[in-house]
Design a protein around this ligand. Structure first.
Ligand code: NAD
Length: 321
């Protein structure tokens, strides 16, 4: 595959197949890391209100534009609506806060982060708010159905503030529901996807609806070691012998094998690394291919093993059950 982008439904916008994930990029380093990533060649940045680093990401983008590394239109900026802002009266103000923090005129892709409407938290009480009310220790839901949230997302498109809208962590049932009333169907679905959780049928079905899939956590347990029991106990995919043998055969790194496996399924990836060498190698996955045998070897790793499950963080929410 030599194509390094996918064309999104409705707009035809070219979304890069490899982007840069901004979760857990430290505030103090974020401006420089984003600048470095742009310099290395990343054009898509995947952020979220919940990551708490949009101001610094915005500064990195602004500096790169000012220094002439890129133009705004060369970049593809993704961010996400947090759970506490699903109320139809809150979508726009939450979006505007994010857009201002990022310092941008428009966002390329705005996603609903989770299909989980939580009770509103005002900006001056806590920002980003997280899963609980300030000082709380259990989830408090809000009666904000997606059929009210989505039209507000669509209005952001109509007003020229967002080019594309999409969803994250939705399952087939909730997508069918959304497709039954939306004016603009989601451009993308962002979900956890790696060889321990390939979600073959979900991917096929969603792609058949002309909704592009973006995989998060392509390296599996790596980012969940301190967060969940599964993250701690699962064998790191980057060190798995099945992946290592393929990497050795092609003279590639295990990271490149895992990312290549995704893009060959037309799934976009958003690996996160703060090291320039790894950033470079994660981006360099277009000049070679896996064989059928490699794919068979990787398919043996399917354990249905999910790491980003609110339930395993102790939130009493078996979202994917
Ligand atoms: P990831 O799979 O990109 O793995 C990151 C970890 O792998 C880091 O510890 C990093 O140091 C290490 N790493 C990166 N490149 C490497 C390489 N070449 N060799 C060895 N180690 C390497 O993990 P992630 O951060 O979970 O996911 C990527 C992005 O997906 C996030 O930054 C975020 O933008 C997005 N995301 C979205 C959701 C969601 O709910 N929508 C959830 C999780 C992540």
């Amino acid at each position: 595959m030599s194509r390094d982008y996918v064309a999104l439904n409705r707009t035809g916008d070219k979304m890069p197949l490899v982007g840069f994930g901004c979760w857990k990029v430290d505030n103090k380093d974020a401006e420089q890391i984003i600048y470095d990533a742009i310099k290395v060649g990343y054009r898509l940045f995947d952020g979220a209100c919940d990551y708490g680093n949009e101001k610094e990401i915005g500064r990195g983008i602004a500096r790169a534009i000012k220094d002439g590394l890129v133009k705004r239109q060369d970049l593809f900026i993704v961010t996400k609506l947090w759970n506490t802002f699903h109320g139809k009266e809150h979508v726009r103000e939450a979006f505007e806060k994010q857009r201002q923090e990022l310092g941008l005129d428009y966002i390329d892709l705005f996603l609903i982060h989770f299909p989980v409407p939580l009770k509103f938290v005002p900006f001056d009480k806590a920002y980003p708010p997280g899963w609980y009310q300030p000082g709380g220790n259990k989830l408090e839901y809000e009666r904000s159905p997606i059929h009210q949230t989505w039209p507000e997302m669509e209005k952001l498109v109509d007003d020229g503030l967002v080019r594309n809208i999409g969803i994250s962590n939705f399952n087939v049932q909730s997508i069918i529901e959304l497709l039954s009333y939306c004016k603009y169907k989601p451009a993308t679905l962002q979900v956890e996807n790696h060889p321990y959780l390939p979600q073959k049928r979900l991917v096929e079905w969603v792609q058949a609806q002309e909704i592009h899939i973006t995989a998060y956590s392509s390296f599996g347990p790596g980012s969940y070691i301190e967060l969940t029991e599964q993250g701690k106990t699962a064998k790191p995919l980057l060190e798995h012998e099945n992946v290592e043998s393929i990497a050795k055969k092609h003279g590639k790194t295990t990271g490149q094998v895992l990312l290549r496996w995704a893009i060959e399924r037309d799934i976009a990836v958003i690996p996160k690394s703060v090291h320039v060498e790894r950033m470079r190698s994660n981006l360099d996955i277009f000049s070679w291919s896996l064989t059928d045998e490699d794919r068979k070897t990787i398919s043996k790793l399917d354990l249905g093993l999910r790491f980003n499950d609110p339930d395993s963080y102790g939130f009493d929410l078996p979202l994917f059950s």
